[in-house]
Design a protein around this ligand. Structure first.
Ligand SMILES: [Zn+2]
Length: 281
């Protein structure tokens, strides 16, 4: 909180007069808004993420625990991971009044006229802002330069990786001079970075197919066999929260492959199992 307020002061931001724009619901992008917002200030937010924040109830987390445990996540570790989950501990107050932004809406600030671009994938309601005359793109966690945005499936019925890849295509042709992302450094060549991100997910999909080629697995096992570049020696030494992120990412890739007809699932006594090919069930 102190660092953020100090940083805003250095930029001459008068918090008493500020409106807020939130790219997406993750706590590291939205958590302090309830504390910072002044009377009458607007908080711009995407529809789908606003709904998730409003429905962030204990039942929501229970449903998530049930689904993950059905997919092989050990119950005890799961409860520890969810207990420490930043979305649970640091999300903004769910009774806030949001100004919902939709694709094509504009926000005018001084010389800048930002266009709102819905970019679902990293979260269902992720939004970027584009200023076509200044050629500035505020990418949130949609396009990052040194790290790949986490694409995670947290409940059934979604295909977040498919949405994410479509959202990358959606912004690929924008004429962008400067990208202002939500993490790490600003950068210039958005198209090159988008090509790299697409290649990254293609390689991950191939890795998941290769893992399932060794035998039927649940999503937790698939996650444990994927390669992760996050500085731990082995899967067993990952903290539960990191296992949960990895598990969500594995599930997102499995769901994508399932919708493409390359992977199938079946319910067995040990839970939900994935395998390559078409189900004969
Ligand atoms: Zn995020």
């Amino acid at each position: 909180m102190t660092s953020l307020v100090t940083g805003l002061k250095e930029c001459n931001v008068d918090l008493g007069q500020a409106d807020f724009f939130i790219t997406h619901m993750h706590a590291d992008h939205s958590g302090l808004v309830s504390t910072l917002v002044g009377e009458g200030a607007k908080i711009y937010f995407g529809q789908a993420d606003a709904e998730i924040i409003r429905s962030s109830t204990p039942e929501h987390w229970e449903r998530m625990i049930d689904f993950a445990s059905k997919c092989g996540f050990p119950r005890e570790e799961l409860e520890r991971a969810v207990g420490n989950h930043p979305g649970r501990r640091y999300s903004p107050n769910n009774s806030l009044d949001f100004c919902i932004l939709k694709d094509g809406d504009t926000i005018e600030i001084g010389d800048y006229l930002f266009e709102c671009i819905e970019t679902p994938g990293h979260t269902p309601g992720h939004i970027c802002l584009y200023e076509p005359h200044k050629r500035v793109f505020i990418s949130g966690d949609h396009v990052l330069v040194d790290i790949t945005p986490n694409i995670t499936l947290s409940s059934e019925g979604q295909n977040p990786l498919k949405q994410y890849l479509m959202s990358l295509d959606k912004v690929y042709n924008l004429d962008v001079e400067l990208v202002l992302p939500g993490h790490r450094s600003v950068f210039k060549d958005q198209r090159k970075r988008i090509r790299e991100l697409k290649q990254h997910h293609q390689s991950r999909l191939e890795e998941v197919i290769a893992i399932l080629g060794e035998g039927n697995q649940n999503a937790f096992q698939v996650a444990s066999l994927m390669t992760w570049d996050i500085g731990y020696k082995s899967w067993d030494s990952f903290p539960p929260a990191q296992k949960l992120f990895a598990f969500g990412e594995a599930l997102a890739h499995l769901k994508y492959l399932e919708d493409e007809g390359e992977v199938s699932r079946q319910i067995e006594r040990r839970g939900l199992i994935f395998f390559t090919g078409i189900s004969n069930a």
